[in-house]
Design a protein around this ligand. Structure first.
Ligand code: ATP
Length: 316
């Protein structure tokens, strides 16, 4: 199916190529309620898109699905989630066309920022339009779920509640606007191993409902963010002990600079802080750099901003 490719191979010159932005997410909170009968975890999470993004270029071809990615840790074969998305859609819609997918990675890989899932959703949305299928986010939702639990969220974006495996997604009435400081500790944490570690000591948490309290408070006051937890943090810190010492220092700098929330995203290893002003975010960034951490500033994207960003540009 997917083949590694030089960008121009087999390009169908008669059809335009398109460029899409594929955004990262953070998890403002994440509760693991237990293990389901189907083996997946029952989650409650608050997703939030940020403006850090990969670039995905779709070049129509008359042949196969091909991948070209500039990041050494991202596969260029049919295990790439973007290639799987294209293949799934092509079979589903019985389309007899090919595409070369070029991915310029800016989102740290394996950092709990959802880069692969976002790329997959971008490909679904982009090919739906390029191939004139007219499915839209609602028609693509079933395919997105088959690709991964986080993929459906990227058909929506903004501030959203994720239930079930995280694949039942509901937009929040109140959309968060904040400046974000992202910290990459340079440590890779396997999502599967974090969940396995959690399972080994998992006690049922059906009564945990801090996310519902948070949602009902509609982002009001700084106190609301203190309700949020990430149930994966303890397991992630056990899985990667080097992260533990860093976590303490990262949290201290973010909190010291006035972060409303300082937390691990998903299963890590990226940390983030939420700030009201660009000035305090920049101060936190400088503080982290002074401690030897790679940190960058981003900003949240609301549902409307995310939708608007789906507008694509044509490339030659
Ligand atoms: P997850 O929690 O689903 O593991 P993540 O947000 O921590 O995701 P990703 O950047 O999505 O991390 O990468 C997870 C793994 O998926 C990597 O090991 C990478 O090799 C693989 N992968 C497959 N396709 C892609 C893609 N298009 N972009 C990034 N990684 C991909």
């Amino acid at each position: 199916m997917a083949k590694a490719s030089s960008p121009a191979s087999g390009v169908d010159r008669g059809r335009p190529s398109v460029r899409l932005r594929s955004f990262a997410k953070i998890n403002l909170g994440l509760e693991v309620l237990g293990l389901r009968e189907d083996g997946y975890h029952e989650l409650r999470t608050l997703f939030q898109t940020i403006d850090l993004h990969d670039e995905v270029v779709l070049r129509p071809t008359s042949g196969d699905i091909r991948i070209a990615c500039d990041h050494p840790l991202v596969p260029s074969d049919d295990s790439n989630l973007a290639a799987r998305a294209a293949d799934l859609l092509r079979r589903y819609a019985r389309v007899d066309r090919g595409v070369t997918i070029e991915i310029r990675k800016r989102i740290p890989v394996g950092g709990g920022l959802g880069g692969g899932s976002s790329n997959a959703a971008s490909v679904l949305i982009g090919l739906d339009r390029l191939w004139g299928l007219g499915l839209g986010p609602a028609g693509l939702h079933g395919l997105a779920r088959r690709l991964g639990a986080d993929v459906p969220y990227f058909l929506l974006g903004g501030s959203a509640l994720g239930l079930g495996r995280g694949d039942e997604v509901y937009p929040l009435r109140q959309q968060l606007r904040a400046h974000v400081v992202l910290v990459e500790p340079g440590i890779h944490v396997s999502t599967a191993r974090v969940f396995a570690r959690l399972d080994a000591g998992l006690t049922p948490r059906e009564n945990s409902n801090s996310i519902f309290f948070f949602v009902s408070r509609e982002l009001e006051g700084t106190g609301a963010f203190r309700l949020l937890v990430n149930d994966l943090e303890t397991a992630a810190l056990e899985e990667a002990p080097a992260l533990r010492e860093q976590a303490t220092r990262i949290r201290a700098v973010l909190a010291g600079a006035g972060a409303r929330l300082a937390a691990l995203s998903g299963s890590g290893a990226s940390w983030f802080g939420l700030f009201d002003s660009p000035r305090t975010a920049a101060r936190a960034c400088r503080g982290l750099a002074g401690e030897g951490f790679r940190a960058r500033v981003a900003r949240t994207l609301t549902l409307d901003e995310y939708r608007a960003a789906w507008g694509w540009s044509r490339v030659r």
